[in-house]
Each structure stands twice: as C-alpha cells, then as structure tokens.
Design a binder for this molecule. Structure first.
Ligand SMILES: Cc1cc2nc3c(=O)[nH]c(=O)nc-3n(C[C@H](O)[C@H](O)[C@H](O)COP(=O)(O)O)c2cc1C
Length: 205
C-alpha cells in the first residue's frame, strides 16, 4: 500500500483548511454530541461537539475540549451561569440539523429553533435535552482547566442522569451504540454509522 507521510515541517506549512482536516481526522473516530444549555435569562443553546470524552466511572465524570474563548462561546457561558448542561448523541435522523448548530448565531437566538430540534425538559433539570436524540446525559458542571499549549479549555462535568433506548442496553448495562443509531465523526465533517463486531470481556492478569 502506498502511503502519504507528513513531517512536522510539512504540517506547519499546510494551508489552514487542509491542516484542519488532516489534524482533525488523524486521531480516529470521535463522539458526536449536541450540548444543550440555557442562559440565566432563559435563552436555550445547542451546539455540536466532537471532543466529549469519558473521564472516569466512579465518580462518573466526562469532559470536553472548548475552543479558545477569543470569540464568545455561548455553551460555556451558559454552563458557567447555570451549572448544568446536557449531552445528546447525534443519530442518523438529526445529524444534518445537529451539524448546523456549529454556526455562530447571536446569543439571543436558540439553535433549537433555528435548526428545528425540540428542547425537552426532564423533571426539575434546568438544561434542555434534545427530544430527537436517543441517548441523553444530564451533567453538572464541575471545573475547567486552561490548556496552555493552545488556549483551549478542558471542561469537566459530573454525570447525574443517563437515558438510553431499552433495545440498545445489554443485560450488563453496556449501551450498544450501534443499536442506538448513534453516529460517529471522522474529522470535522464526516459522519459515519457504526456496527459493533464483538464484545470482548475485560480480562485481568
Ligand atoms: C463536527 C463538529 C465538532 C465540533 N466540536 C467542537 C468541540 O469539541 N469543541 C468546541 O469548542 N467546538 C466544537 N465545534 C464548534 C462548535 O460547534 C461551534 O463553535 C459552535 O458555534 C459553538 O456554539 P456556542 O457558541 O453556542 O457554544 C465543532 C463543530 C463541528 C462542526
């Protein structure tokens, strides 16, 4: 198989968009999620994020990487204001609408309305979930950490609720994301379907 290779020197001189695509796709498939939040004066916000990662299960924490705050970051501002946010898996029926939440709309406009997704409120949880998503996580903001190398921020949140379709949950509570129709993202704009091949039990020596 013929291969293409890039050294640091090659990467540094790449045209901006090409570098963006190369660097965003070289680390593997990423999670595709919509973060739902609300400002203290009640304006809902929805934005697509591909950097949500598991941080630990006991206590249950996740994190995501926020781009530098050189422009207003509405999700982050809302999360700091209210302390809560939701993480909603992108699936095949909503990925185009979800993708459009990445455009920078004014803070007073709700991306739910603009792209045509439905805010869903559960019990007394303040942040909106996405009704059309099948896997939904309620989170309580915990901390954020500046990444000095490039001005990004790691935001951490405690998982305080999880919802998934019954048909996607195995007996041991593994959520089979392919049965939940969750998509994955290749780079910044390549949405892909998944198929679980096999579960291999975790072994300890
Ligand atoms: C596929 C995709 C993934 C993205 N992932 C992230 C991410 O992980 N972190 C981030 O800060 N922005 C990410 N963005 C950009 C945000 O969606 C975009 O900045 C959005 O306008 C943020 O909205 P907000 O200001 O309402 O929070 C991504 C955009 C796309 C298209």
């Amino acid at each position: 198989m013929q291969k293409k290779k890039w050294s640091l020197a090659d990467i540094e001189v790449l045209e901006k968009k090409k570098r963006l695509h190369l660097i965003n796709s070289c680390t593997g498939y990423k999670s595709a999620n919509l973060i739902g939040s609300i400002s203290s004066d009640g304006v809902e916000n929805l934005a697509v994020f591909s950097s949500i990662v598991h941080l630990g299960s006991d206590p249950a924490f996740l994190g995501f990487i926020l781009r530098p705050t050189t422009v207003p970051r509405h999700s982050f501002a809302n999360i700091l204001e209210t302390g809560y946010f939701t993480v909603n898996h992108v699936n095949e029926s909503i990925y185009k609408k979800g993708h459009d939440t990445s455009l920078s709309y004014p803070k007073e406009q709700s991306e739910f309305e603009i792209v045509g997704l439905t805010p869903e409120y559960q019990n007394d949880f303040i942040a909106p979930f996405v009704k059309e998503a099948s896997v939904k996580i309620g989170c309580k903001y915990s901390s954020h950490y500046d990444i000095k190398e490039n001005g990004t921020i790691l935001v951490t949140g405690q998982i305080i609720s999880i919802e998934a379709p019954v048909e996607a949950v195995d007996h041991d509570l593994f959520i089979d994301l392919s049965r939940a129709n969750t998509l994955t993202i290749n780079g910044l704009d390549g949405y892909a379907k998944t198929q679980t091949i096999e579960r291999i039990p975790y072994k300890k020596l």
